[in-house]
Design a protein around this ligand. Sequence first.
Ligand code: FES
Length: 129
Amino acid sequence: MVIQYTSKVIEHFKNPHNIGKIEDADAYAVEGGPACGDQIAMYLKIDRDTKVITDIKFESFGCAANVATASIVTDMAKGKTIEEAMKTTWKRVAEELGGLPPIKMHCSIMAVDALKNALKNYLNKAKEK
Ligand code: FES
């Protein structure tokens, strides 16, 4: 079966933005897809006072849509506050990429879940202090 991706998905897959790891990340999460076995790790730097995401990177262990959706999610989240970034939806992510094939929608859900879980981990850690 040939999967049809938009040119924007292909562009982000070939030249992903914000790829890599942040060693001293303030927030971190790994998200996995039970059905496909793919994973995304998300690393964030967050300004303690303004709650703005100052840096964000990801590592992908998955398909082309996994890389492309994580790339666009990191672009969308950078410069936003935690509150704003929490409003990111997988539908919006798919729209930003000009659409995703239906069987690849779960890849965008995983990318958004990785972002939100990293932020939740950060907020939970802050509560403990
Ligand atoms: Fe698993 Fe795309 S098929 S993340």
